[in-house]
Design a protein around this ligand. Structure first.
Ligand code: G3P
Ligand code: MG
Length: 257
């Protein structure tokens, strides 16, 4: 497997990855959250990326801006300028008011400065799988040298992963799944995935973990916030844990596999 994945791009996976930055400690998917994650000792963060109406990749989880900003409506109805006029910090705490929605480019620049690795989850707006991947690659490809070993793409969306392997097979890919009922094995093979990123509930059975590892995939479950569960998963051979709670899982940073 991974015949098209150049060794240059192999991700140096850490034990712990901060979900949306430092989800429990700062407003999700903002620059201050990424700085906080680094302060809390994270070596990597996970972010969600989608497009604005003027096709700029921005770091944003939901389809709509309502939950995490003071605006209303779908992200894809906002230009970058109008999106960045919104307050993306106050929903978390008034101390973070004025925090902006970051672009992918701003995020990459900060991560290079902080030496933070990036798990980029591609979350396309409806009908925008291909153009989202094209725009993300146009943004990230100039930074290949600086990001060496520090990037993993992931998506629930098979079209995004197909577009990624067609346009730039060198970047490592992960398939995200909420369950193991469907075609995770054939899909990860066809898409030459480096890891499977399952909802951690899929890993309640040791047999499931074994079958994923037997298929030569690495495993990065989301979103694990209890240290006992995280420790057990690492002991059972899981490679990295995506967590909201970097403070609680801090001691696992140096866990030896
Ligand atoms: O990438 C893991 C996790 O972020 C997937 O779910 O909804 O939090 O983006 P979600
Ligand atoms: Mg995500």
């Amino acid at each position: 497997m991974n015949s098209t994945l150049a060794s240059f791009f192999y991700p140096k996976l850490p034990n712990i990855i901060g979900h949306r930055g430092a989800y429990n400690s700062a407003p999700e998917n903002t620059l201050i959250s990424f700085r906080k994650a680094a302060q809390l000792g994270a070596k990597w963060i996970e972010i969600d990326v989608r497009l604005t109406s003027d096709k700029i990749p921005v770091v944003f989880h939901d389809n709509d801006v309502d939950r995490t900003t003071n605006g209303q409506g779908p992200v894809q109805s906002f230009t970058l300028k109008s999106l960045q006029e919104l307050d993306a910090g106050s929903h978390y705490h008034i101390d973070f008011s004025g925090e902006k929605v970051p672009t992918l480019l701003q995020t990459i620049t900060l991560c290079i400065e902080l030496n933070l690795g990036l798990n980029i989850e591609i979350k396309p707006n409806f009908g925008q799988a291909a153009e989202t991947v094209t725009a993300i690659l146009a943004t990230i490809n100039p930074f290949q040298e600086q990001l060496r070993g520090n990037v993993l793409f992931s998506s629930f969306n098979l079209l995004c992963l197909k577009k990624l392997i067609n346009l730039c097979p060198e970047w490592p890919r992960a398939l995200l799944v909420n369950d193991l009922n469907n075609d995770w094995l054939s899909n990860t093979k066809a898409l030459e995935c480096y890891t499977l990123n399952p909802n951690y509930n899929c890993l309640a059975s040791i047999e499931n973990i074994k079958s994923i590892l037997d298929s030569k995939l690495r495993i990065i479950p989301f979103t694990v916030n209890q240290i006992s569960i995280a420790k057990n998963l690492l002991r059972l051979g899981v490679h990295s844990i995506i967590t909201d709670d970097l403070k609680s899982l801090k001691s696992l940073k140096d866990y030896k596999h």
